[in-house]
Design a binder for this molecule. Structure first.
Ligand code: ADP
Ligand code: MG
Length: 253
């Protein structure tokens, strides 16, 4: 638990190591990660393919057990929670969007979104609002295989937001969206953060997405290489430049 009197951070990761495999082929996907994300912050996690971004996101919510180190969400050490307590905690507090959308094929878009909701009161209005906001309202009665990749991605996002989570984590949430829908989703995430006070962390390699965040954390080979604040102008070229400088500057030193 945190020191008495302090509000716990939404996310606090200390010296986390996660390896896959054994012997000479072993991969250190997370190699001593420390990071803190404060309440109401919007963080973008960037880094080359294989740098550990997805593993980090899974570890943040206890979907991957870590070898050592601690993952605390709202002050709770995930390793001390039972599977059922962890599942409930995730459903109540965290909205998750994975790279694979994991939609249930036999359910309509709307029913996919309603399925994980714990509280049923006001659910119809909530789902209605989210589908309108995400521009998929006319697709709500379709099953996933009748939806485009971008539409499926937005259904997965609606599902992540339906429980009003305090923390939203997403792995490449704009990966299947065209640039207009991608920018619209970024604005929505920013609203959820700045207007509603939610804490948001997304994995992305797109400067046009990362530019909406408050801070960029750069991973390399399972380590936090560096991080930098994002200026308020939402300037993709500036972001791309800062990201390149982060990569080059850190490797030159
Ligand atoms: P990123 O999301 O940044 O592309 P990942 O977190 O998916 O990176 O992967 C980090 C490293 O861990 C990569 O070398 C990857 O091959 C390895 N890895 C990830 N998941 C597994 C797994 N389930 N089994 C074995 N190796 C894995
Ligand atoms: Mg990944």
């Amino acid at each position: 638990m945190p020191a008495s009197g302090t509000v716990p951070l939404p996310l606090e990761i200390t010296a986390v190591v996660k390896t896959f495999g054994k012997g000479p082929t072993q991969v250190r996907a997370l190699d001593g990660i420390d990071l803190k994300i404060t309440a109401g912050e919007f963080v973008a996690i960037m880094g080359a393919s294989g740098s550990g971004k997805s593993t980090l996101l899974h570890a943040m919510v206890g979907l991957t057990d870590v070898d050592s180190g601690a993952v605390r969400v709202e002050g709770k050490d995930l390793s001390t929670m039972s599977d059922s307590a962890l599942t409930r905690f995730r459903r109540e507090r965290i909205g998750l969007v994975f790279q694979a959308f994991n939609l249930i094929p036999v359910l309509t878009a709307e029913d996919n979104v309603k399925l994980p909701a714990i509280r049923r009161d006001g659910l119809d209005a909530k789902v209605d609002h989210l589908f309108r906001r995400l521009g998929i309202h006319d697709r709500r009665h379709h099953k996933p295989d009748a939806l485009s990749g971008g539409e499926q991605q937005r259904v997965a996002i609606a599902r992540a937001l339906v429980a009003d989570p305090a923390i939203v984590l997403a792995d490449e949430p704009t990966g299947s969206l065209n640039s207009v829908n991608g920018q619209d989703l970024c604005r929505l995430l920013r609203e959820l953060c700045k207007d509603d006070g939610r804490t948001i962390a997304i994995v992305t390699h797109e400067p046009t997405v990362a530019m909406w965040a408050d801070r960029v954390i750069v991973l390399k080979d399972g380590k936090v290489l560096t991080e930098f604040p994002v200026p308020a102008e939402h300037d993709p070229e500036r972001l791309a430049r800062d990201y390149q400088h982060a990569l080059l500057g850190a490797s030159a030193s």
